[in-house]
Design a protein around this ligand. Structure first.
Ligand code: NAD
Length: 331
């Protein structure tokens, strides 16, 4: 084990900063941290997140929202024990629309978040991604796999931003002794995903509930391993508490074909929609499955929410959210 990998003893977290805290994952992290009575400062510019995701926390004296852009210098007054850096466009539809911003928040934004952790003597956790493995040639993917990424393909802006962010995180640990960790997050689903974010599960649910055909990319044989959001949040906070540097995969190894996901969405929604097979996006990975041995060994972590149960909860949330957005506004 090199010095940069040496675990640093866990510390008590009283106050945490969550960048991207108004997004899908960030808002679930803020909620869980508040449940654990950790004070939370949420930094977000609402580029792809929304006030609705954190409205249940507004007014809570232990929660503070600061609207700011991580590509600008950020100052957070007071002590901070933990920085969770989640700010970044994350769905392909967003980062293909915002390629330069995605690279900037992954590089300059990560530099600012690391600088904040350094100033405060806080632990730092980078939200990295299974996309650092690209279209993998090793299956399932252990953390030791270096990946198969096309830097000049359309997805390169996201994949390379995250690979750079990982390298910068390791450099801050080596050069400045910042207590860092890297979590490689695999596909996650659950309430608060946006119906039009372009990812397969929310797209299928929205289409199924609207009685529209479900648009399956290619023949649907490509696989995804999808983790329910509460399992992911538990894993991330266990890594934050552990003192381990990572990189560590957190994701559900239960692998499903995209066709099976579409069929299960039809069953879970009771929809009579048809399936429509459409073209595959460029550089779309054929397979994806985390090797979670490290998370099991170090954190004792394993996913607990079965796919069918997670899907049921997600469909229920989407049904309510879509009905509320379709309802005429009250006067
Ligand atoms: P999201 O788009 O819902 O959330 C990202 C949040 O970051 C949004 O609230 C957005 O407004 C904010 N943001 C973007 N640029 C910013 C900037 N410059 N300054 C301040 N805030 C900014 O995405 P998500 O799915 O919640 O993903 C969160 C993080 O987790 C991302 O870093 C993503 O790369 C990573 N991740 C997510 C998944 C997944 O399955 N959802 C998988 C792998 C990695």
């Amino acid at each position: 084990m090199s010095t940069t990998d040496a675990p640093i003893p866990a510390r008590t977290v009283r106050r945490a900063v969550v960048t991207g805290g108004a997004g899908f994952l960030g808002s679930h992290l803020c909620t869980e941290l508040r449940r654990r009575e950790v004070e939370v400062v949420c930094l977000d510019n609402f580029l792809t997140g929304s006030a609705a995701n954190i409205e249940h926390l507004v007014g809570d004296p232990g929660f503070r929202l600061v609207q700011c852009d991580m590509t600008d210098y950020v100052h957070v007054p007071g002590d901070v024990d933990l920085v969770l850096h989640f700010a970044s466009p994350a769905s392909p539809i967003d980062y293909l629309k915002l390629p330069i911003h995605t690279l900037k928040v992954g590089s300059i934004g990560t530099n600012h978040a690391l600088g904040l952790a350094k100033d405060k003597g806080a632990r730092f956790v980078l939200a990295s991604t299974s996309e650092v493995y690209g279209d993998p040639q090793v299956h399932p993917q252990p953390e030791s796999y270096w990946g198969h990424v096309n830097p000049v393909g359309p997805r390169g802006v996201y994949d390379e931003a995250k690979r750079y962010a990982e390298a910068l995180t390791v450099a801050y640990r080596a050069e400045h002794g910042v207590d860092t960790a890297i979590v490689r997050i695999f596909n996650t689903f659950g309430p608060r995903m946006r119906p039009f974010d372009g990812r397969a599960i929310p797209t299928f649910i929205r289409q199924a509930l609207a009685g529209e055909p479900l648009t399956v990319a290619g023949d649907g044989s490509q696989t995804r391993s999808v983790c329910y959001v509460s399992d992911l949040v538990r894993g991330i906070l266990a890594l934050a508490d552990s003192g381990h540097s990572g990189p560590m995969n957190i994701g559900n190894p239960h692998e499903l074909s995209v066709l099976r996901i579409a069929e299960d969405v039809l069953a879970a929604t009771g929809s009579a929609s048809s399936l429509e097979f459409v073209g595959r996006p460029v550089d779309d990975p054929q397979v994806r499955r985390p090797d979670t041995t490290l998370a099991a060994e170090v954190l004792g972590w394993a996913p607990e929410v079965a796919w069918e149960e997670g899907l049921r909860r997600t469909v229920e949330w989407f049904r309510t959210a879509l009905e509320a957005s379709a309802a005429p506004a009250a006067h």
